[in-house]
Design a binder for this molecule. Structure first.
Ligand code: 5RP
Length: 224
């Protein structure tokens, strides 16, 4: 099985956790794309009655195109479940997210969800976080100074660019990726980053997930 097939496998498995009447947070990324496809099938074929809340313009467009009824996060009182991808997950269920630059909305939706499921292919499970550059969303104003403060702390920052241009998030902010391998204490790092003026949010998702579904060639593994 190739990586896309593993992503599809976990996406299809995750939608088994969605039930009638649920308000469901929909994450962002290539793994989530398979999950949203599978959810769209259930909505169409089983007349599953749900409301989706998207974490990005990309996912919102896909969900709407599949006929999944959508609401804004501010128009729901709570979320029953959120299903999202991740860039790295350690054995103790701490995660790095934001590879798709959607970490801010993803974290807002996750912390307002009763239950969070992450879906990943097996390559995302790691002993220690940090091999994947840690995404940090910062406002553009003063970002060069934030960058320099991060460099002075030894965080090895890098502005994220695509085709030479700074990547913009759905909130029109920018992303600085930190090359920290390994992240020895994620909680200490998270505390430091969130207090840096100009940082909007960071991609450390700590103590937030209930269930991880890992794609292996012999089938999905559900970790709780
Ligand atoms: C987007 C994310 C994604 O969930 C994460 O990057 C995983 O994406 P993919 O499933 O494409 O590997 O955090 O901000």
């Amino acid at each position: 099985m190739n990586q896309d097939q593993l992503k599809q496998l976990v996406g299809q498995k995750a939608v088994e956790y969605v039930h009638d009447g649920m308000q469901v947070g929909l994450g962002t990324g290539s793994t989530v794309k398979f999950m949203v496809d599978a959810l769209g099938e259930r909505v169409k074929n089983e007349h599953l009655n749900i409301v989706g809340v998207s974490t990005s313009e990309r996912t919102a467009a896909q969900a709407k195109s599949l006929g999944i009824p959508m609401k804004s996060v501010d128009d729901v009182d709570h979320l029953d479940l959120t299903i999202d991808g991740a860039d790295e997950i350690s054995k103790d269920f701490q995660g790095v997210k934001g590879g798709g630059a959607a970490l801010l909305f993803e974290k807002i939706v996750a912390i307002n969800s009763d239950k969070v499921i992450w879906i990943v292919d097996e390559s995302k499970m790691v002993d220690q976080l940090g091999a994947f550059g840690l995404p940090v969303e910062v406002i553009p104003y003063g970002s060069q100074h934030v960058f320099e403060k991060m460099a002075a702390r030894g965080y090895h920052p890098e502005f994220r660019r695509h085709a030479g241009e700074l990547v913009r998030t759905d909130s029109n902010n920018i992303i600085i990726d930190l090359h920290l391998d390994p992240i020895s204490d994620p909680h200490v790092l998270a505390e430091d980053l969130i207090h840096m003026v100009g940082v909007v949010e960071h991609g450390l998702f700590l103590d937030m997930v209930n269930t991880v579904i890992v794609g292996h060639a012999d089938g999905p593994e559900v970790l709780t």
